[in-house]
Design a protein around this ligand. Structure first.
Ligand code: FAD
Length: 587
């Protein structure tokens, strides 16, 4: 079985030393969120994740969810753990105190999301979609719906789902067939089938609040005719008590490669009562509130799984003896595999990506808070632009790196990584869904290139590049080589952005074929930017915590020498164009 120790020291380093963002620090509501408070929260979070949730990962994999007499049963131990999870208030961490939440910023809840993803992604998904539903309802529903549903969701007694996918509609939601017929009392009757619905049914909560997209009878075809509906598993009476069963049933649950403890359901809606959320035909806009925040959290899933894969690989490398290291001093026997340069390189590759991602995610969490709560509208909008630019990057880059890192972890474990004993192959299988759901990674990249780069006359990327240029104007002999590398890579990013913008206008296939490469370049440069902020503190504060900062400096050095140069290769590959791809005749 895998082991896990929550990386609290690194998280606290970010919270204490990288929080000096003026716009974020302007936010009155978080003035009382002090480092001491955050440390306490993280220590408690570590306990539940390490001691109670981590053991569920293996048992959930071996005893997947089942459908029995129309009811979905979660794996052994899930119910007890979930009761403790909500009793301790973990579902309410980032929610509004108005509905019983604890009002913590995303800078803190993102750390919790990372720990929970590392401990067990399957278990996490039962509460994750609830928070997504909470955000969507909170932004778009009427007060009466909010008051009726949010307190129970925040408490964790009711959970949420996101029902988009249908047999004929995955990426292209305009094809959806689910129908909504308006009733005299203003409610709707929803009929149709949704597939692949995470936590679509289970035995952990008293009620399940489905957020369903459907087409009203008089709405136009395509994405312009989609509305959003709240469809509870059980109707909720006016006094808030649970009433009769609604017309929603579970057709089956998917048998799948990983996250076997998570119930992925086929849901049949048969004249189910639904309440419209937001405006008619604007359902996708409302759903995007849920999806955009969710996409960042999916990126964090990749980060959490990468961290546990790294920790176990490091431990294993220190225990497994094979062959002699090139600088071996022992005359007999073999050395620990951590002595081999190739293994060390793999471990540093993982570590430098993971710590850079965590620092980038911390910055993005700050921007998200500023975009939601800053009093100055211009500052809010500028932060929202940065969040919208970086959301597909975090979702895709972190989850793709999760595949690279879990694969390297398996390689480091050799045959014991491929067999089930160590739990490493499960990390690979569990992570494999993250580049697919919440919009596939390729579709994220296409969205970045075709929409986000041209929004606001293509100015968002320029603003981001200027922000990095401003941030890297730091002095000091030791940081100089890093700044120089950064400048070279920013130049490439600028060239690549201009190339892409031109191709989006004049040669769409070139742009389409280059989109993943572009996303990777932006991801690598953004992580290097985050590393530079870490380095600035590490050099300045060096004497106060030499061991910690030396580790940071050496890890950053690896990233700049061995990971960041991938930028050039992505650029060269992408700018070779697409004619030879499009002209190829597949037999
Ligand atoms: C375990 C699991 C949990 C899930 N949970 C949920 C959930 O809770 N709620 C929900 O609604 N859905 C959920 N999904 C569905 C998931 O979001 C979809 O599977 C995903 O969005 C992709 O849709 P699809 O499978 O239909 O693939 P398709 O859309 O058919 O895509 C197939 C391939 O074509 C590519 N492609 C598609 N369009 C384009 C394009 N325009 N340009 C270039 N390439 C393109 C894709 O990148 C992909 O590689 C879940 C799926 C799984 C497996």
């Amino acid at each position: 079985m895998t082991t896990y120790t929550a990386p609290i020291e690194d998280m606290m380093f970010l919270f204490e030393k990288l929080r000096n963002n003026k716009n974020y620090n302007d936010l009155e509501k978080y003035k009382e969120v002090t480092p001491d408070l955050v440390k306490n929260i993280l220590e408690e979070a570590a306990k539940i994740n390490q001691n109670i949730i981590l053991p569920l990962a293996k048992s959930g994999d071996e005893n997947p969810t089942i459908l029995e007499n129309g009811l979905v049963r979660t794996p052994p131990g899930y119910k007890e753990a979930y009761s403790k999870f909500i009793e301790d208030g973990w579902t309410s961490l980032s929610c509004d105190p108005k509905y019983g939440g604890q009002g913590m910023p995303k800078t803190v809840s993102a750390f919790f999301d990372e720990m929970l993803s590392a401990a067990s992604l399957s278990f996490k998904l039962y509460s994750e979609l609830s928070i997504g539903a909470y955000n969507c309802i909170n932004h778009h529903a009427t007060d009466s719906i909010k008051n009726k549903f949010l307190p129970k969701i925040v408490e964790g007694k009711w959970s949420g789902t996101m029902c988009l996918t249908e047999p004929v509609c995955g990426t292209d939601l305009g094809l959806l067939k689910t129908k909504a017929v308006e009733q005299k009392d203003g409610t709707f009757k929803i009929s149709g089938q949704k597939i692949f619905i995470t936590s679509g049914d289970h035995d952990l909560t008293e009620n399940i609040v489905h957020l369903v997209i459907a087409r009203a009878s008089d709405s136009p075809p395509g994405t312009k005719g989609i509305s959003l509906f709240l469809v509870p598993k059980f109707i909720v009476n006016d006094d808030g008590s649970i009433g009769s069963k609604n017309g929603v049933s579970t057709g089956s649950i998917e048998s799948k490669m990983g996250i076997k403890g998570s119930a992925t359901c086929v849901l049949n809606f048969d004249n189910a009562t639904g309440y419209m959320i937001g405006s008619k035909n604007k359902g996708l806009n409302s759903m995007f509130t849920m999806m955009n925040l969710e996409r960042i959290v999916v990126g964090i899933q990749g980060l959490g799984i990468s961290e546990i894969a790294y920790q176990n690989s490091l431990n294993y490398s220190k225990e497994r003896k094979q062959g002699k290291g090139n600088n071996s001093k022992s005359n007999n026997g073999a050395d620990f595999i951590i002595e081999h340069a190739d293994i060390r390189k793999s471990l540093l590759n993982m570590k430098s990506i993971i710590e850079g991602e965590r620092a980038l995610c911390f910055w993005l969490s700050q921007q998200t808070e500023v975009s939601l709560y800053h009093k100055d509208e211009n500052i809010r909008n500028e932060a929202a632009d940065l969040v919208s630019l970086m959301t597909p990057v975090v979702k895709s880059f972190f989850t793709d790196m999760g595949m690279e890192i879990t694969s390297s972890a398996m390689q480091i474990h050799g045959g014991y990584g491929y067999t089930k004993d160590q739990g490493i192959e499960q990390l690979y299988r569990d992570n494999r869904i993250t580049p697919i759901y919440e919009g596939t990674n390729s579709v994220q990249a296409i969205d970045l290139v075709f929409r986000k780069l041209s929004n606001k006359n293509g100015d968002i990327i320029n603003k981001y590049i200027n922000l990095i240029k401003k941030d890297i104007k730091v002095s000091g002999e030791k940081i100089k080589p890093f700044v120089k590398k950064m400048e070279e890579n920013i130049e490439l990013l600028e060239k690549f952005s201009n190339w892409i913008k031109e191709k989006v206008q004049n040669s769409k296939d070139d742009a389409n074929a280059a989109s993943n490469d572009y996303l990777n370049v932006l991801g690598l440069v953004a992580i290097a930017h985050a590393w530079l902020k870490v380095l600035e503190v590490s050099f300045k504060d060096y004497e106060n915590n030499k061991k910690f900062y030396e580790d940071k400096i050496q890890t950053a050095n690896f990233f700049f020498k061995r990971v960041l140069p991938r930028v050039e290769s992505y650029y060269l590959t992408a700018t070779s164009g697409s004619k030879y791809i499009m002209d190829f005749k597949f037999n």
